[in-house]
Design a protein around this ligand. Structure first.
Ligand SMILES: Cc1ncc(COP(=O)(O)O)c(C=O)c1O
Length: 420
């Protein structure tokens, strides 16, 4: 037992130490207040390893990939393909060729909706989504079913922020062609029982797309173990650069799908009146990609794997538990949304009665505290809870309990300013 305890202790994150990896955390705002960054669900901060990987490409071997015959271009191609292999390792994809680089999770979902969707969804076909989807995993499917005369159905969310799986089971009797849901909610923080949900969907004959934008940065994700068909995520939320992201899909699905965008790099042979497609994943990577960003995403994948995703999850679970305990105790009248810490990632959405979340965010900003305010691209979910908007604090590997204390003090100040 002692050995186990020692191993666990040795694999715990030391957020105070690793904060020195993030240069932005030593900056201050215009009032001289140090940065308290609690908006990681919108985008994460970037460690030096990522900044240097991007910088290294631009300074030392900036050149195009997959076409140069000279050493510099071969180095760029090597780094880009190494980033693909690192990204594959992060989610335990069976092979790097199943990773398609895209700009973000939104582009990955659109790729599937256009390429797979337009070939496989027809009149009267059903796609099952949930009420907690980010607009990125809703609007592309709306466009698809509008065009094809198909239907959307939605798994409802309970008052405590969990998906109602009994209704999901009933919806699966409609024999949907596709089920698409988020791994973790960016508003409620809910971590969905995705493995179980995939099994249920497959038993009903549906394919499954999982939106992993809020999961990959925060917990171990193994696409083989989950058994999903499509899995999407963004680099910029997992400590990587903006403009990087990935779609993972099983080889046979990618091979059967037509290209999404056409042009250079995605072809094998081009004639004036017809062309043949390149092999996967290049078939889906038309034109010059954001080479530096994807190389940076590879560095971010390495950084996370070095930290250990179990340790990341433990750290963020503890922070969330702390926030759920401290905020209601210290902030009079605060209303919190979402389930208990066991079922959620490091996301805490809330409202102060009678105070608009924009005002909350603006007043916190004076103290150097950054939070998100608005609908967080989940308008239907806000409607479900009868909310026009909410404020949201979200955490990452560099978040420390002292920042949650600062948030609590800041929120007390907001309440004082509004004199309630
Ligand atoms: C759950 C979820 N899905 C998809 C997205 C879209 O990510 P991106 O804007 O990087 O495409 C987000 C972004 O907040 C998200 O939280």
């Amino acid at each position: 037992m002692a050995d186990l305890a020692a191993t666990r202790a040795a694999t715990r994150l030391d957020p105070h130490r690793l904060r020195t990896d993030f240069p932005i955390l030593s900056t201050a705002n215009r009032f001289g207040k140090p940065l308290v960054y609690l908006d990681s669900a919108a985008t994460s901060l970037k460690p030096l390893a990522v900044i240097e990987a991007v910088d290294g490409y631009n300074r030392e071997y900036s050149s195009n990939i997959h076409r140069g015959i000279y050493e510099l271009a071969e180095r760029a191609t090597g780094a880009y393909e190494a980033a693909r292999a690192k990204t594959a390792r992060l989610i335990n994809a069976p092979e790097p060729a199943e990773i398609v680089f895209v700009r973000n999770a939104t582009e990955a979902i659109n790729l599937v909706a256009y390429s797979w969707g337009r070939r496989n969804i027809g009149r009267g076909d059903t796609i099952v989504l949930t009420e907690m989807e980010h607009h990125a995993n809703l609007v592309p499917w709306q466009l698809l079913v509008q065009e094809k005369d198909g239907d959307l159905e939605f798994v409802p969310v309970s008052d405590d922020g969990l998906l109602q799986l009994d209704v999901y089971e009933v919806l699966l009797h409609l024999r949907p062609k596709l089920v698409a849901f988020t791994h973790a909610s960016n508003m409620l923080g809910t971590i969905n029982p995705v493995r179980h949900m995939v099994e249920m969907a497959h038993a009903a004959g549906a394919l499954v797309l999982i939106d992993g934008a809020q999961a990959v940065p925060h917990m171990p994700v193994d696409v083989q173990e989950l058994g999903a068909d499509f899995y999407v995520f963004s680099g910029h939320k997992m400590l990587g650069p903006t403009g990087s992201g990935a779609l993972w899909a099983r080889r046979e699905l990618l091979e059967a799908m037509p290209p999404f965008m056409a042009g250079g790099d995605m072809i094998r042979e081009v004639h004036l009146r017809r062309s043949d497609w390149n092999e996967i994943p290049y078939k889906f990577e038309a034109g010059t990609p954001d080479i530096a960003a994807e190389i940076g995403m590879g560095a971010a994948a390495d950084y996370l794997l070095d930290l250990g995703l179990d340790a990341v999850r433990d750290h963020e679970r503890e922070l969330t538990r702390y926030a759920l305990e401290v905020l209601p105790r210290e902030v009079p009248g605060i209303e919190l949304y979402g389930p208990a810490a066991e079922h959620r990632g490091g996301v805490v959405s809330f409202n102060l009665p009678g105070i608009h979340p924009h005002d909350v965010a603006q007043i916190l900003d004076r103290s150097g505290i950054c939070i998100r305010a608005g609908h967080h691209c989940t308008m239907p979910l806000h409607e479900r809870f009868d909310l026009a908007a909410s404020a949201r604090a979200s955490f990452n590997v560099y978040t420390i309990p002292e920042e949650i204390d600062a948030l609590a003090i800041g929120l007390r100040e907001v309440v004082r300013v509004f004199d309630r």
